[in-house]
Design a protein around this ligand. Structure first.
Ligand SMILES: O=C1O[C@H](COP(=O)(O)O)[C@@H](O)[C@H](O)[C@H]1O
Length: 232
């Protein structure tokens, strides 16, 4: 497990912001997949402020999501809606660079449309960078313990939150694992215990998708703050 431990969450997201700037200067379309939930909100707020809001060449970055909840963008549960509110409303990014999962749509038809969009836009479906989070139960994207098919050959899947029953669309493990780079951004003390378990146990003996999903031909790394890394 390759971990990079930052003094605090702000330092971790500043590093990601700098790296996004580097990607944006490559002079080509770069495909980035964002995570949802509470953890990356600090990243989106940071990117919306100087110097990142104007220094990043946003026209070169294409944004996708690892998962989204099947709710409209105005719903606070919408992973896309949060990025729109915290980041996209404050920067100059072409609308065609935003490849959201349409949470307001019918799940089956959106699943088909989302997979078609990935196939049409990204050659070999290899993302440049997939940023993931991890729940305290070890889920990542909307791939939950004991209900994830790691061999699912599709690009995306309909998932149901095991406790709330909320319907979501998620990238599959196989699609995520094709990425050139996977970064798990995990902060806060509530994640310390599960991180310790992941760091000390063989992934095959754990039910956690976050422990098992790794880039097959690329880099997998964990960006942690000191609170999350407390027991490592
Ligand atoms: O439900 C989700 O949870 C995970 C982790 O979220 P967090 O609130 O603990 O940061 C997130 O990565 C995923 O995208 C989201 O839909």
């Amino acid at each position: 497990m390759k971990t990079i431990i930052f003094e605090n969450a702000q330092s971790a997201v500043e590093k990601i912001a700098e790296e996004l700037q580097d990607y944006s200067e490559q002079g080509r379309p770069v495909h980035i997949s964002l995570s949802g939930g509470s953890t990356p909100k600090l990243l989106f707020k940071t990117l919306a402020q100087a110097p990142h809001n104007t220094a990043i060449q946003w026209e070169n970055l294409h944004f996708w999501w690892g998962d989204d909840r099947m709710v409209p963008p105005q719903d606070p549960e919408s992973n896309y809606g949060e990025v729109q509110k915290l980041l996209f409303d404050h920067i100059n990014i072409p609308a065609e660079n935003i490849h959201r999962i349409r949470g307001e749509a019918d799940p089956q038809s959106e699943l088909k449309r989302f997979q078609e969009e990935i196939s049409a836009v990204i050659s070999d479906q290899v993302f440049d960078w997939i940023i993931l989070g991890m729940g305290t139960d070890g889920h990542t994207a909307s791939l939950f313990p004991n209900q994830t098919n790691f061999d699912d050959p599709n690009l995306a899947v309909i998932a149901k939150h095991p406790e709330t029953g909320q319907i979501r669309i998620s990238k599959t493990a196989k699609l995520i694992e094709k990425a050139k780079r996977i970064t798990y951004l995990v902060t806060g003390e509530s994640k310390a215990k599960i991180l310790q378990e992941i760091a000390t146990t063989d992934a095959k003996d754990l039910p956690y998708p976050a422990a098992k999903i790794k880039a097959k031909n690329g880099v997998t790394e964990w960006y942690l703050d000191k609170d999350a890394a407390r027991l490592l």
